[in-house]
Ligand binder design. Structure first.
Ligand code: UTP
Length: 480
């Protein structure tokens, strides 16, 4: 049986006729799979992307003279500022106690740099417990729900590639005790040959496709289920959720639904809010939040001209210092508005992607051969009418797991976690040994279910406690 002539004609018209090259070799299941993947592609949109991002380089760096620093709620430095932060935290706590806050974690990425078998959220990161990233996040949400007396629903974004493994992991762990967990799947985009624009085949019955970037979160939250059931946003509306706390699965230090952040967001009547850290080096690999012609936006580090990255205030500090750490708050109504009105722009990434050549041989390229298309969540920022940018302390809130070794690797993340927990113990009166560089010489970990923050730890440990070796504090007296 030959392929549907209408489909073949459509593919030819878009220069993608080669996708059916192996049709006659495929069995029914293979044909079904190939058709499903081909049908998921919006070819008109792909043609537009090819024109702008593959055959031309339509990446528009802003004109440096139009770029200004953005207004940021800085870390409190005076007593008055500390009182104001506490007041904001009370407002945030009210939102949590009213059950108006949901949490979204994005976990659909491929984790290529980490190179771990399985979804990144299942990585055993706990420095002593070897608990997974998902476990740590879920325990924080559970502790927060208990503290504020209301369920905080969790929405986990997966990709078609890692959805089943992620769902199995949550089921095996009984959702880590959380009352409401819903997984939702993001969209995908095909990878194309960077010279010809042809979609790459990963097999005779399978396109080279990958997740469409964390910007895909917004559309995926708004999408109905496969069987026509309510979208995540519909469900949130039904539950009385107004505000969504968003973070990425790879940062175990994230202060989930941080009440002060929520409070500042609400005080500003913001539609979206960003947490930022102070960039110290111009070359640091974080996007910066800036204003371009009076509108807020994020410039990715790879798109930031060095002239801008290195611009300094008269006092010597960087002018564009507000590094985005991918922790956001969104109003549900804002997401509903923007998914109806606009689409986030695609960016291109030039990567090495294995492909089937014309002879049917799978080729692992040595040089980047392909263009992938991704949307970024921070492109929602310019669409907001009101926004807030809030500074936080990176040592306390940001240490992402990206690489197998070197910076942002399991070793650095575990060390940072141990150092942070050691600080909590010391402020509660314990003695903890430190190396000359200030780091602790062994693993220390505190389950969020034992204490969610340093203040909660006070009074939970014995007076004069001395820590002499690896320590894991968890409920039910668990101490190692
Ligand atoms: P990264 O861009 O760091 O990608 O994603 P990654 O998949 O974790 O790792 P590499 O680049 O392949 O090595 C930052 C966060 O955004 C999520 C990831 O799961 C991670 O939490 N993400 C990224 C998605 O959910 N979907 C995507 O399409 C891309």
């Amino acid at each position: 049986m030959s392929a549907d002539p209408q489909l073949a004609a459509t593919l030819d018209q878009h220069g993608q006729g080669h996708l059916l090259r192996w049709w006659n070799d495929l069995d029914a299941a293979g044909r079904e799979r190939l058709l499903r993947e081909i049908r998921s592609i919006d070819f008109e949109r792909l043609d537009d992307l090819l024109k702008r991002l593959v055959f031309a380089d339509e990446t528009s760096a802003p004109e440096p003279s139009h770029v200004r620093p953005v207004a940021v709620a800085r870390l409190p430095r005076t007593d008055a500022e500390r009182v104001a932060r506490r007041h904001a935290a009370e407002l945030g706590a009210e939102a949590l106690a009213a059950g108006q806050v949901a949490v979204v974690v994005v976990a659909g990425g491929q984790g290529t740099r980490l190179g771990f078998e399985g979804p990144k959220g299942t990585f055993p990161i706990g420095p002593v417990s070897a608990g997974s990233l998902f476990q740590i996040h879920c325990e924080k949400i559970l502790a927060l729900s208990r503290r504020h007396g209301k369920t905080i629903p969790l929405y986990v974004m997966t990709s078609p590639e890692n959805h089943e493994d992620t769902a199995r992991f949550f089921a095996e762990h009984n959702n880590f005790g959380l009352e409401h967990v819903r997984l939702f799947v993001q969209g995908q985009m095909p990878a194309v040959d960077r010279q010809t624009g042809e979609i790459l085949l990963a097999g005779k019955d399978h396109l080279a496709i990958s997740p469409d970037g964390h910007g895909g979160t917004l559309a995926a939250l708004a999408a109905r289920t496969e069987d026509g059931g309510p979208s995540c946003l519909d469900e949130m509306r039904e539950r009385g959720i107004r505000t969504i706390f968003y973070f990425q699965v790879d940062n175990p230090l994230v202060q989930i639904a941080d009440p002060a952040f929520l409070g500042i967001h609400r005080q500003a009547r913001a539609e979206v809010s960003f947490k930022v850290v102070e960039k110290i080096q111009p070359t640091e690999k974080v996007g910066v939040v800036v204003e371009v012609d009076g509108r807020p936006q994020v410039i990715e580090y790879s798109d930031l001209p060095s002239e801008l990255a290195e611009r300094r205030e008269p006092e010597g500090n960087l002018e564009l210092w507000a590094g985005s750490i991918a922790i956001h708050i969104f109003e549900r109504s804002f997401i509903e508005r923007i998914v109806a009105e606009a689409k986030l722009p695609f960016h291109r990434a030039i990567k090495k992607v294995s492909y089937l050549d014309a002879s049917g041989t799978l080729v692992g390229p040595k040089e980047p051969n392909a263009v992938k298309f991704e949307t970024f969540i921070f492109d929602a920022l310019p669409l907001a009418e009101r926004y807030a940018v809030v500074e936080c302390d990176r040592a306390v809130e940001f240490e992402p797991l990206k690489n197998a070794t070197g910076p942002d690797s399991p070793a650095t993340v575990r060390q940072r976690m141990s150092d942070l927990f050691a600080g909590w113990l010391e402020s509660a009166g314990a003695k903890v040994p430190r190396r000359s560089d200030g780091s602790v010489p062994f693993g220390i970990e505190i389950s969020p279910l034992f204490a969610l923050d340093a203040a909660e730890l006070k009074g939970k440990i014995p007076a004069g406690m001395v820590v002499e070796g690896p320590l894991y504090l968890c409920p039910n007296g668990g101490r190692t």
